[in-house]
Every structure is written in C-alpha cells, then in structure tokens.
Design a binder for this molecule. Structure first.
Ligand SMILES: *Cc1c(COP(=O)(O)O)cnc(C)c1O
Length: 456
C-alpha cells in the first residue's frame, strides 16, 4: 500500500468554526489586519503554531485521570522521570512548566554578564533568556541553512569550523555551554545530522565545554536521521534518540512539541553540582522538584506522550503530512523554503509577492489574504517579526520574509490539509492583487503580537 494514512482513529471530536468570506473580512478588519489578534472562534484551520496544540491520545487522557496530585514525591513524577531517563539516559531530570522556564533557570545559574552561548540557531525565547542575564547568544548555522532555495538533507547543522574559530577567538572561559537546537526551529524546522551532533561534541570536548541540546523536536530529528543519514536506515528510533543524547551533557526541552502534550518542559543533565543549583532556582520560581510548575496529571500525559512520539508509524504520518502539504503547494508553483522541515511549511513571501517591498510586509499581506480566503491562520516570520526602524525612520529588513504554516500534531486530517493548500493556492493564483501594507501601531518590543496594519 502506498497511501499514507493517519495511524489512529478518532474517538472524540471538536467542532471547528465554519465561517463565510464576508464574516472573515469583518473579523480580520476588527483585528487590525493582524491574524495574531483574531479570536480562535473566527478560525477554521489554525496553523499559527505546533506548540501545545497536540491532540492527546486516549491513553494519555486515561493517564491524566490517574494523576497523583501529591505536592512532593508524586508517583506521576517518577513515571515522568523514568520515561525522560529512558531516552535521554541522563541522571538528573528537572521538570518545568514549559521550555522557556527551563532556559530561564539554566541561564540564571550558568549565564551572566560577558558570557557567550553559541548554537546552530537560537530560538527566540532562548536568545531572550540569555540576553536578560547579560550574556550574548551567537548563531552559527551551516551555510546552506541560510539559503531558502537550496535543497539539502541537514540544513539545521551547526557550522563546525565557525564554532571552533569562535571558541579560539573568544576563549573557552567565556563559554559556559554550547547548544544545539534539534530540529532547528528558526531555520525552518530543518534537521541536524548525527555526524554534526558528534562533530559538535568533539569540538566542545576539545575545549572542555558542555554541550546542551535544545531538544524540543528530538523525535522528528531522529526520524529525519533514519530517512536521510547513511547507516541509520534500519536503526530503531529509540536507539537513534539515545545516540543523539549520548553526545550531550544536558538538554532543555519544551514538551509542548515532542511531548505530545499541551504543556510542560524539562532540564536533563549529568552534572549533579549544576543540578543542585538549578533545583534551588526551580523551587523559588516554578515549584517543588517533583512537579516544577505542572499539575501532576500533566506529568502523566507527558510520560505517555514520550512513548507515543517515538512510534515510527506516528512519525511517518507526521513528517509525511508536512511533506504532503508542501508537495501540494509546490505542484501549484508556490515558492517554499525547501525541503519541507519537521513541523511546518514555510512560504517564501519575497518570491510569492515580488511586487511588495519587504518594508511593506509581503508576508503579512499573504497571511491576511489566506485568512480571508479560507479562515486559515498562519504566522508571518519576516519584516513584521524581525524588522525595525533606524534613527532616520528607514526600515531595516531581515534577511528573509517567510510565512509559516505550523502543523499541530495529530489534529488535522488529510482533507484539512487539502483545504488549507487550496486556500493558499487561490491566493497565489491572484497574487498580483496582494497589496502593500503599513503599520498603524507597534509596541516597542515583540511588535508582531499586537501590531496594527492598514493597506497603503
Ligand atoms: C518552543 C521552543 C522553545 C520554548 O519553549 P516554550 O515551551 O514555548 O516556552 C525553545 N526552543 C525551541 C527550539 C522551541 O521550538
């Protein structure tokens, strides 16, 4: 059989809002032409993010009911710890309420003024938590990773040569940790190869710098290694995952992704001295060491989620669904960041709407129009999110204008994907009608969340 199917059937359903085009025109006008500020009741298909939007399985819901809400020493914690140890093989497991809490605690303990933290590409909360403590976040992506039109297997890789040069020039004493984000979210959900993880570790070892994985999508990364890296074709996913973690000294995780749950995170590490300091910070800010800001029932859902996420049938359908969506768009000529990554499809807005200058927000114009067309919500990642004005009022454009369709895990069926592709293709076919936009309001930081727009 060649047809890819969802390896689950549906036991509970949730109605999604079905709206008319004139409803949607009013809704997006009321939202000042910013899909971020739409109410979810106005959205038919929501591809704003894959974070915390997973559908849980019947086994997870059953586990939730079985949660032990003891403040200290909850058996739900030990189940969670056991599962995290099973794939990380690390000694110290510290739960947090989501990924950024893990980052905040880690950098409060090991960061500080003057410190430098290299990574293939820092996710924005990671960068934020590093900068808040006075340290500097440094991105060292491999060269193909910055080129949307180049097709390569492991565009998420670290630039190993650049990493070694960086350590030599800045001095290892200023680098408390080196990170590697798998998959590389900001780079388009692109995977990192096992060889690259190994080589990163070798450089770190040479200079005695611990390596931490930002492992939000560890299972998706492992599946790409199995598909694309020589020697892993027949290796079980769990063994690939364990090998990935075997090169690391620690990890931070947002379990809202590959925890197949709606919240959660953790820090895992082997250094007991660091772990003690991290736990003191955890108790002061998140909660006791056996729940870290989570309800214990959430730990139950996560323990089961970590088992399910490494199921190869699940991963095949997950990564296959993202590719299926990308292929529908490519067949219609829609320009994408290629190849499609693990958790979403990214349109290249500058090639999609070349008549709109980056400072007039081509990605935003596309996102608004796709919403009007089909009630589909996606996310601009370009001039709105990363652009800013200089002293003379000129707009400084980021290197790329992308529109991300992040696909929630186990939520949408093949027909939902086909419907979404149809909406995008409709807009693409009348792309000449897309109009340049201007900001009418922007907050001083993180403006994309609340920005207001009008057409020029
Ligand atoms: C989502 C994410 C984070 C932050 O996690 P939250 O749970 O949203 O706080 C950190 N790193 C990467 C790569 C992510 O995708």
């Amino acid at each position: 059989m060649k047809t890819l199917i969802e390896p689950f059937k549906i036991k509970a359903v949730e109605a999604i809002p079905i709206t008319t085009k004139s409803d949607r025109e009013q809704f997006i006008k009321d939202a000042f032409l910013n899909p971020f500020t739409l109410k979810s009741d106005a959205i038919t298909i929501d591809m704003l993010t894959d974070s915390g939007t997973t559908a849980m399985s019947s086994k997870q819901w059953a586990a939730v009911m079985d949660g032990d809400e003891s403040y200290a020493g909850s058996r739900s914690y030990y189940k969670f710890e056991n599962e995290v140890k099973n794939f990380t093989r690390m000694a110290e497991i510290i739960p947090t309420h989501q990924g950024r809490a893990a980052e905040r605690i880690l950098f409060n303990v090991i960061g500080g003024p003057g410190k430098l933290i290299p990574n293939n590409t820092h996710f924005d909360t990671t960068r934020g938590n590093i900068e808040i403590v006075g340290s500097t976040a440094v991105d060292l992506p491999c060269e193909v990773g910055t080129k949307p039109e180049v097709i390569a297997d492991f565009k998420g890789n670290m630039d190993i040569e650049a990493l070694e040069n960086f350590i030599k020039t800045t001095g290892r004493e200023n680098i408390p940790v080196c990170m590697l984000t798998i998959t590389n979210n900001s780079g388009g959900g692109q995977p990192v190869s096992m060889a690259n993880i190994r080589e990163t570790k070798e450089v770190c070892k040479k200079y005695d710098i611990p390596l931490f994985l930002d492992c939000c999508r560890f299972a998706e990364n492992a599946y790409f290694i199995k598909q694309r890296e020589k020697g892993y074709e027949n290796t079980p996913i769990i063994d690939i995952v364990r090998e990935m973690f075997s090169y690391a000294d620690g990890a931070t995780m947002s379990s809202k992704k590959d925890g197949l749950s709606n919240t959660g995170g953790f820090i895992a590490l082997n250094n007991t001295e660091w772990a003690e300091k991290l736990r003191i910070n955890l108790i002061a800010t998140e909660g006791f060491i056996t729940y870290g800001g989570l309800a214990r029932r959430d730990l139950e859902a996560l323990a089961q989620g970590f088992i399910e996420v490494m199921d190869e049938n699940y991963l095949q359908s997950r990564i296959g669904q993202v590719k299926f969506f990308g292929d529908l768009l490519l067949q219609a000529g829609v320009p994408l960041l290629e190849p499609t990554g693990g958790h979403g499809v990214y349109l290249d807005a500058r090639r999609f709407a070349p008549h709109i200058k980056p400072e007039h927000f081509p990605g935003q114009a596309i996102a608004v129009e796709v919403y009007k067309e089909g009630g589909v919500r996606c996310c601009e990642i370009g001039s709105v999110m990363f652009g800013k004005y200089d002293e003379n009022g000129n707009h400084i454009n980021p290197p790329m204008d992308l529109v991300r369709f992040a696909i929630p895990r186990r939520v949408y069926t093949k027909s939902h994907i086909e419907y979404t592709a149809e909406a995008v293709i409709e807009v693409f076919n009348r792309r000449n009608e897309l109009r340049p936009m201007k900001l009418t309001y922007q907050a001083p930081v993180l403006r994309h969340f609340t920005a207001r727009f009008d057409y020029i």
